[in-house]
Structure formats: structure tokens, C-alpha cells
Write a protein that binds this ligand. Structure first.
Ligand code: ZN
Length: 293
């Protein structure tokens, strides 16, 4: 049983709640309307092309207006991007990698890759990147969605590892690539591989501090020393292919160019997809087993 006095108090409370709800809806609707008007009129106001009869809304209103429609669409966009990032490749993937370019053969490598609809990862060397005549092929590689990473300036073992110029040289190389192509790569391939050269923890710490990643390989084609023997390069690669994810070390050499169509054919027959390095989806691949790189 409720007393009449209690009833009245409850009634009053209910009325108060209703009033607040109406006030809230009114404020919300007004804010939304002004927000809409403001967001539409802003670009023309900034450009100073206000048409007759249109009045710019004072800037002061802007920060306190929350436009629920716009906010929601931003959240939605992030959601979509996020799910894209989490998508992992399935099945067998091979990464074809070419070191020591750019060279007079780079365009021909790009032709073969394009004819076969395949992407690759290039590790280019500073002394070659500086040659203006080769820079168009570097830009072409990027334009055709290949990855161009660094491979040092000098390629000299003593300078890079004994004299610890690895990081300064890689930074210089990556900057050169940026100047030529506009991309900002973070991946480099250590000349001669990261073992034994990068046993030095100090250099590896410098790499980590600079946000530079390194990639060795899973298959060494030994192509650089097989001049005139493309079939041997193909055999080396076929023999080395055992994993679901392979990273093949090759160089911009004539014998490699000659072998490339058959190498691509082999991986297609084996059911591999062709991966290209992506800074956003890095995976660890170094002989030092350093997870930070
Ligand atoms: Zn090299």
C-alpha cells in the first residue's frame, strides 16, 4: 500500500525526469542541426567564397558541437581498417628477393615480374641508387607495387661490421630511397647475411633504436656465382623449397634474369602465392634469432 503523499512525490519526480528528457532531446537536436550547418559551411568560409545570403557561423560554436553522424562514421572506418590489418595470409607464400640493385637489368627484372603478375622485394645499394640513370627503374619498381629496401652504401664487410658503420650506412641508404621514390622503408638486408656480422649486440641495439628491421633468407640460390648456369640456380631453389613460407635470396644478375620465368613457374605449380614485404606486417627472419629485428 502506498500513501497519497508518497504518490505525489513520485509523480513530481516522474514529471521532473520527463522535463529533463525533453530538454536533453531539444539540446541534442539543436546541437546536431548547428553541427551539420557548420560542417557544411566551413570549407566555403575558409576559402572565402561565401555566396550571397549565406552567413558563416562563428568559429566559437565549433568545439562544443558534437556531430554524432560524423563521429560514428570515423569509428566505423577504424573498425574496417583494423580487420584488414588482422588478415593473415593463408597457405604457402614465397618472397622473391633481389639484392645489389638498381642495375642496368632492373627494368628487365620488372618486365618479367609484370608479365607473370608477380611482386618482389628489392634490397638496393646506395652506390647504385646514386646513379641517376638507374633511378627511373627504382621509381618504376615502387610504382608497380614492389618493395624497395636498403642494402648499405658500401657493401663492405670490414666497414659495415668491424668498423660498425652498419646503422649509419643503412640510414643513409633508406634516406636515398625516400628521396628517389617518396616511400619510407624500414627493412634492410645485411650484406653477407646477419651472421656473423651482426653478432655485435651494440649494432643490433642501434638498429632497434632506429626502428630498422633486417631480413636474411630461407633459401640461398647462390646465383651470383653461377654465371651462365641458370638451370643450376633453378635446381638450387627447387631443392631448397621445403617450407610454407620461403624467402629466396637472389641478385640482379643476367643468369638470374634468365632463370626467373622458370622459378616463378615452379612456385606457381607448387601452389605458392607471391608475397611482397610490407612494413606493417613484418615477421622476424634473421640468423641472429633476434625478435626485436
Ligand atoms: Zn649484396
Amino acid at each position: 500500500m502506498k500513501t497519497p503523499r508518497f504518490e505525489t512525490r513520485k509523480k513530481r519526480k516522474r514529471l521532473k525526469m520527463r522535463y529533463l528528457a525533453i530538454l536533453f532531446v531539444f539540446l541534442f537536436a539543436t546541437g546536431f542541426f548547428i553541427g551539420k550547418t557548420y560542417s557544411v559551411s566551413e570549407p566555403s568560409a575558409t576559402l572565402g567564397t561565401i555566396k550571397k545570403g549565406e552567413l558563416p557561423i562563428p568559429k566559437l560554436v565549433a568545439p562544443i558541437i558534437i556531430n554524432p553522424v560524423e563521429k560514428e562514421s570515423v569509428v566505423e572506418k577504424h573498425k574496417v581498417d583494423h580487420s584488414d590489418l588482422e588478415e593473415k595470409p593463408v597457405g604457402k607464400v614465397v618472397y622473391l628477393t633481389f639484392d645489389d640493385g638498381p642495375s642496368r637489368l632492373t627494368n628487365q627484372f620488372l618486365d618479367v615480374l609484370s608479365e607473370n603478375d608477380v611482386l618482389a622485394t628489392f634490397f638496393m645499394q646506395g652506390s647504385n641508387l646514386k646513379k641517376e640513370i638507374l633511378q627511373d627503374s627504382v621509381r618504376r619498381a615502387v610504382k608497380e607495387d614492389h618493395y624497395v629496401g636498403g642494402h648499405s652504401m658500401t657493401h663492405n664487410y670490414k666497414t659495415l661490421y668491424t668498423n660498425q658503420q652498419f646503422v649509419p650506412e643503412m640510414k643513409e641508404t633508406l634516406n636515398l630511397i625516400h628521396e628517389i621514390t617518396g616511400t619510407t622503408p624500414h627493412l634492410v638486408r645485411p650484406p653477407y647475411g646477419s651472421a656473423p656480422g651482426l653478432q655485435n649486440e651494440k649494432i643490433r641495439q642501434q638498429l632497434e633504436n632506429e626502428g630498422i628491421k633486417i631480413w636474411d633468407w630461407t633459401i640461398d640460390s647462390n646465383d651470383w656465382k653461377l654465371r651462365g648456369k641458370p638451370s643450376q640456380i633453378i635446381e638450387n631453389i627447387k631443392g631448397g623449397t621445403t617450407r610454407d613460407r620461403e624467402v629466396v635470396l637472389m641478385h640482379e644478375k643476367p643468369q638470374t634474369l634468365a632463370a626467373l620465368p622458370e622459378i616463378i613457374q615452379f612456385y606457381k605449380e607448387q601452389g605458392y602465392k607471391f608475397g611482397v614485404y610490407d612494413d606493417e606486417h613484418h615477421f622476424v627472419l634473421n640468423f641472429q634469432n633476434d625478435d626485436a629485428l
